[in-house]
Design a protein around this ligand. Structure first.
Ligand SMILES: *Cc1c(COP(=O)(O)O)cnc(C)c1O
Length: 382
């Protein structure tokens, strides 16, 4: 059996939607993008949803809204994708790394305050694998130190924290629709916020800084006249992506339930396998289950993580590692002088972690095969 790490869940619904966009003759940002924003905002329960061509673009514009400046500091977790921190570097500001909680891989909220200085402007919590961070604690710290909270919710469609949907809690929340994410449009992103002024300005900045409804200038109601009011960006979504997004959004809850079922199946099948520890979700929140990440016990798997991954691949099971901690990458190490000994929890997690395949189109049989292969790989590595 060959089991890829990820497969987007594309059905006739997506194909029909894209064909409809192509046949309509409107292939960049237009009516479908507007409809997708409306539907996404309604689904999340946010009064504003601003689409982008990526989550990275969304994070960039979110930091622009808070006037991040050279030398400012922004707190981010060590274990995340580079996008979370690279957008800080765009402003010549400094990503300040905080170690993660051993159980959830989310930012350790007990270690945030010791990193706050008078230059700290914001914190970007990342909902690792789809499990929401400790948002009450983060909101409390942010309030006491006058920081803004921009959530990196690239893994968190849909996810809930104390019955609140991720995307409705903080100042701004950035979602990703990248090919491997839980709602996929190939490339794409969305920022939700209850701040109308920010939403308006992000809509302007994502399309060259052109004032008001730039996309409409080629429609019948539109006008050729426009004014550029800021040096903007080319960060807009297209109607082809939005057509995919609309189709994906219609089954987003079904896809979530299916991922949750597969995660539950893994947990049951591997419960007795002492060599691996399994992910858990805190009782007051729901994970989007973007990732199912296990950790190897180095004493029971002396061959190590890399060999384990090779053995799984030999059995046809593709896996991945989320993530190489930021301080281990040459760019971050050199630019900011991070020292890995300052992040013992991340180091411990990194050498043991493996993400198993998890996607809604997976059958029960495939999930069982993955679990059996994990047990066999453990045997081969011990
Ligand atoms: C995928 C990802 C991003 C970036 O999303 P894009 O839409 O590809 O820009 C940001 N943060 C995290 C944690 C991610 O996994």
């Amino acid at each position: 059996m060959e089991i890829p790490f990820h497969k987007p869940y594309i059905t006739e619904d997506e194909i029909t939607g894209v064909l409809d966009s192509l046949r309509s003759g409107w292939i960049t940002m237009g009516p479908k993008t507007m409809e997708f924003e409306k539907m996404f905002g309604a689904y999340i329960g946010s009064r504003n949803a601003v689409s982008m061509n990526s989550c990275t673009a969304g994070l960039h514009l979110a930091l622009k809204m808070i006037d991040l400046s050279e030398g400012d500091e922004v707190i981010v977790p060590t274990i995340t994708f580079t996008a979370t921190a690279e957008v800080i570097a765009y402003f010549r500001a400094i990503p300040v790394l905080v170690d993660v909680d051993e159980e959830t891989c989310n930012i350790d909220v007990t270690k945030i305050e010791e990193k706050i200085t008078p230059r700290t402007k914001a914190v970007i919590p990342v909902h690792f694998g789809g499990q929401p961070c400790d948002m009450d604690e983060i909101a409390d710290i942010a309030e006491r130190h006058d920081l803004l909270v921009v959530e990196d919710a690239a893994h968190a469609i849909p996810a809930w924290y104390k019955n609140r949907t991720i995307g409705t809690i903080s100042d701004m929340t950035c979602f990703s629709f990248y090919a491997t994410k839980t709602l996929a449009t190939g490339e794409g992103g969305m920022v939700t916020t209850r701040n109308d002024a920010w939403a308006e300005r992000m809509k302007i900045l994502r399309l060259h800084g052109i004032s008001k409804d730039a996309w409409k200038r080629y429609t019948k109601e539109g006008s050729w006249f426009y004014e550029v009011i800021e040096a903007g960006y080319k960060y807009n979504m297209t109607d082809i992506q939005a057509a995919l997004g609309l189709a994906q959004l219609r089954k987003v809850e079904w896809m979530w339930k299916r991922r949750r079922e597969i995660a539950g199946r893994y947990t049951k099948a591997l419960a007795a396998c002492e060599a691996v520890s399994l992910p858990s979700v805190k009782p007051d929140r729901e994970s989007a289950w973007h990732l199912y990440t296990v950790r190897l016990d180095p004493e029971r798997v002396p061959g190590g993580r890399d060999l384990f991954i090779d053995e799984l691949r030999n059995m046809g099971v593709s896996t991945s590692v989320h993530f190489i901690p930021l301080y281990r990458h040459p760019y971050y190490r050199t630019a900011y002088g991070y020292d890995r000994s300052a992040f013992p929890v991340s180091e411990k997690i990194f050498e043991r972690t493996v993400s198993l395949p998890l996607y809604p189109g997976m059958t029960d049989g495939e999930a069982d095969w993955v679990a059996q292969s994990v047990e066999e790989a453990v045997r081969r590595c011990s």
